[in-house]
Ligand binder design. Structure first.
Ligand SMILES: *Cc1c(COP(=O)(O)O)cnc(C)c1O
Length: 365
């Protein structure tokens, strides 16, 4: 059987290894496994969200309210915008997919940083669109501008991952707004704010305000409940933009694209901003433990505005070997060899998890 040519060369996204695999392969007791590979919230999620999910299961036979009225209303209040400026996705991943379908075709192109969230490239390839990436691994505004200007007629979508997964760096908001105004009004600039809560908490210069995005003709802000809100398993994300963009993108959304418990969880999670505050505080405090470890052991690291830190190794060490050895001890981290880097991305865990991870890592370096 033949398939569309763009499928043949499509890379498969390598997700963080699941706990189940470590149980199966190494026979390790689930409670001894530490998974810090997918930037999940080590504190779990808000108890209010848990309670709302449990209650919502009673309505399993009914489709959810497809207008997502209450969730959009809660997000609108949170960001001081209008419900009409919001589209809901099954994770913000799905909104990325909608954007590609709304803007690209095989004659057009997407632009992003040299090393960034792998799904941008994968979704662009679904369409058969062209991909331009900067030589710089991190976001370099000048290089992005230069590449854009060279291929202005083709590039219709630009991704800025703020802060960037898997490297952790973050552009200043003032540079981002200036960049958006410098590109053509028909080119959509996507601000992926999957970790924006963490960046904003660390440094207000990084804060992109969804309210400011709504007033722009050519930008969309993406947010998710998977990271700071601790609801990765519930698959809820959103896009925020002017009404014209949201109306177009919403046409691509199938009805009931998130589930009843997901919807209940997200609505309740927004109400519990104390949980978010606790999450952000733990993250920043524990981040400094990893930074100190890196400095003490001469490991290169990228100052991070997220809930993870990336350690880059010199040639005397091999990140694949280190990850494999840790895995046998029940510690799951993210090897970045698939990005062409001799590096490991570690999600910031609880104090107890971090102590164990650094003890194990110390033996490997
Ligand atoms: C985790 C992540 C997302 C989206 O995750 P969903 O679970 O699909 O909401 C989007 N962008 C980046 C950069 C991420 O790290």
């Amino acid at each position: 059987m033949n398939f569309n040519p763009q499928i043949s060369n499509l890379p498969i996204y390598e997700a963080g290894k699941p706990i189940e695999l470590v149980i199966r392969e190494f026979g390790i007791n689930p409670k001894d496994i530490i998974k810090l590979a997918s930037n999940e919230n080590p504190l779990g999620c808000s108890p209010l969200a848990l309670e709302a999910m449990e209650k919502s299961i009673q309505k399993a036979n009914l489709y959810p309210d497809d207008s997502y009225y209450e969730l959009k209303d809660s997000l609108a209040n949170l960001y001081n915008i209008n419900s009409k400026n919001i589209v809901i996705g099954s994770g913000s991943d799905q909104v990325i997919e909608f954007i590609m379908h709304a803007k690209l075709n095989p004659n057009l192109a997407m632009l992003c940083a040299g090393i960034t969230f792998a799904m941008y490239e994968i979704y662009a390839k679904h369409i058969g669109a062209k991909i331009y990436k900067t030589q710089s691994h991190k976001h370099d505004i000048n290089e992005l501008k230069e590449l854009y200007n060279q291929h202005k007629d083709e590039i219709k979508v630009i991704f800025l991952c703020l802060p960037n997964n898997p490297l952790g760096e973050c552009l200043d908001a003032s540079d981002v707004y200036e960049f958006i105004s410098s590109v053509d009004k028909d080119t959509l600039v996507v601000i992926d704010g999957a970790y924006m809560e963490f960046a904003k908490f660390k440094d207000s210069k990084k804060a992109i305000n969804p309210k400011d995005i709504v007033s722009l003709p050519n930008a969309i802000y993406l947010g998710t409940f998977s990271k700071a809100y601790g609801l990765g398993g519930m698959r809820v994300g959103y896009g925020i933009a002017n009404e014209l963009i949201i109306t177009a993108i919403s046409k691509l959304r199938a009805p009931f694209n998130i589930t009843t418990p997901s919807l209940a969880a997200a609505i309740a999670a927004i109400k519990d901003q104390d949980f978010i505050a606790q999450t952000l505080k733990n993250n920043l405090k524990e981040m400094s433990v990893y930074e100190k470890f890196a400095k003490d052991n001469d490991i290169e690291f990228i100052p991070s505005y997220t809930n993870f830190i990336t350690f880059i190794f010199d040639n005397s060490k091999n990140s694949t070997q280190i990850c494999d050895n840790l895995l046998k001890n029940g510690i799951i981290l993210r090897n970045l060899q698939s990005y062409g880097l001799n590096a490991i991305r570690i999600t910031i865990g609880t104090s107890m998890q971090n102590t164990k991870v650094l003890e194990a890592l110390k033996k490997e370096i």
